[in-house]
Design a binder for this molecule. Structure first.
Ligand code: UD1
Ligand code: CA
Length: 451
């Protein structure tokens, strides 16, 4: 019997108070739906089926890399109705696992355990004990036979005794396609929300002499649902703490891990030091012996060994070589490639620029659309004028060039190997190698001048 996964993602998400579909809100830099898709994929199912609503049809575009069957639930009539949109498309007697897309921290290992849990049963329900069960469906166990769920009662329908039950429905249910079809066809909407609750299949199963068994998860953090921004923040905090603990236990030194944020796919080598208020985003690779000083943002970037990123620096979509020194107050914009031992100092902005080894630009400089060779010294206040108002142009600075302070290089331009540019020059023309270029007006001296 093959496994089919149904992910419910069509709900209105009203409690989020947002025009963004609920499942597109992010936890740890990825959408909630993506988290659930990643966990689903790890189970190697035959099909993954995601139910969305017609207004959120365009979210499909964000998941093109996933092999998913999309289904539209025309009206948000409840979770049973959402599952019903998929069931006719599944083969008979196949395994079905139902997941909710608003449970982003779900761990695939727990799902594997749940699927493999094999007491005699027709439906399995993954449950969890919560200190504050408000909002969750409560698990009512059969008095005589504890390991049978008699029914799941939703918060709105529960009486005050049932509301005291701490065991909650995670929303994760396992059964087979044929049983689910039968049970769901019998669900009605006679409840306070006038919705077809998937959870009603439990009492219906009992009436039809089918067995519904619970598996009580030991750990609750990975099973929390997100219905509002308070729960979203709580979930984000759990995600971040999991990441921090992971990296601390891998030997990363963090001065105050509570202020370090991991929003994406981050890998960190040995003997790395990270100071406070650091945000990693996207795919980030930090090699051994890198030091990341306080108040820096690093996004989609590889930083090679021995490099130091000094305070208040922002680096995006770039590659930084080994033993470089970046910052303080440096901005590396997308598509930069720095080789080893490059120095980028304070108030230097670099964009779409490649820089070869041992080159320095240490003060107040803009380098855009530039290729710079080895051993180049870029003085203070140098600007590559790459934009003429319509198009961007390239600047090429070859090896061993000295660019004097406060010079402008008007692109397109090539500065040949070994050229020295005198301070304060505006360079408009290409030149021969090893030349001295002086391109500034001469100083005049008016002697004994009176105001
Ligand atoms: C649901 C469960 C509750 C459980 C809790 C766990 C029901 C009736 N209740 O409550 O027992 O404790 O999850 O987090 O199932 N959705 C659709 N179509 C709809 C309605 C919802 O696709 O018509 C989707 C939502 O996008 C969401 C999921 O189903 O991903 C759950 O819906 P939600 O409204 O969040 O249910 P809860 O009130 O959290
Ligand atoms: Ca929910």
């Amino acid at each position: 019997m093959s496994l089919n996964i149904i992910i419910l993602a069509a709900g209105k998400g009203r409690r989020m108070h947002s025009s963004l579909p609920k499942v597109m809100h992010k936890v740890g830099g990825s959408t909630m739906l993506e988290h659930v898709l990643i966990a689903s994929k790890k189970l190697k199912p035959k099909t993954i089926n995601v139910v969305i609503n017609s207004k959120t049809d365009d979210i499909k575009k964000s998941f093109e890399q996933y092999d998913v069957n999309w289904y539209i639930q025309l009206k948000q009539n409840g979770t049973a109705d959402a599952v019903k949109t998929v069931l006719p498309h599944l083969a008979i007697n196949e395994k079905v696992l139902v997941l909710y897309a608003d449970t982003p921290l779900i761990d695939h290992k727990l799902l594997e355990k749940f699927i493999k849990y094999m007491p005699k049963s027709d439906v399995k329900v993954l449950t969890v004990n919560l200190e504050n069960p408000f909002g969750y469906g409560r698990i009512v166990r059969e008095q005589a036979e504890e390991e049978i769920v008699a029914k799941i009662i939703e918060e709105l329908e529960a009486d005050h005794i049932q509301k005291n039950i701490k065991e909650c429905n995670t929303g994760i249910i396992f059964s087979d396609s044929t049983t689910l079809k039968n049970l769901i066809s019998k669900v009605d909407n006679k409840n306070s929300k006038k919705e077809y609750y998937l959870t009603d299949i439990v009492s219906i199963a009992n009436k039809n002499n089918l067995l519904v068994v619970p598996l009580l998860a030991k750990e609750s953090n990975s099973l929390l649902g997100v219905n509002d921004k308070i729960q979203l923040e709580k979930t984000e905090k759990i995600f971040q703490n999991n990441k921090r603990n992971h990296f601390l236990s891998q030997g990363v030194t963090m001065l105050d891990s509570q202020t370090v944020y991991f929003k994406g796919n981050v890998s960190i080598g040995e003997d790395v030091e990270i100071e406070q208020n650091v945000v990693f985003e996207g795919t980030v690779k930090i090699e051994d012996n890198v030091k990341i000083r306080a108040n820096t943002n690093i996004k989609n970037t590889k930083i090679s060994s021995g490099t130091e990123i000094k305070t208040f620096s922002i680096i995006e979509d770039s590659t930084i070589g080994s033993n470089c020194s970046i910052g303080p107050f440096a901005r590396i914009r997308p598509n930069c490639k720095l080789e080893e031992n490059v120095g980028i100092g304070n108030f230097v902005e670099v964009k779409a620029t490649s820089i070869k080894k041992n080159t320095k630009a240490n003060h107040l400089t803009y380098l855009g659309d530039t290729d710079i060779g080895e051993n180049v010294n870029v003085g203070a206040g140098v600007i590559t004028c790459n934009y003429d108002g319509v198009n961007k142009h390239k600047t090429i600075i070859k090896d061993n060039v000295f660019v004097g302070s406060d010079s402008q290089l008007i692109a397109p331009i090539v500065v040949e190997e070994g050229v020295t540019i005198a301070a304060g020059s505006t360079i408009t023309d290409n030149s021969e190698k090893d030349s001295l270029l002086i391109a500034r007006s001469r100083q005049q001296e008016k002697k004994n001048w009176k105001k």
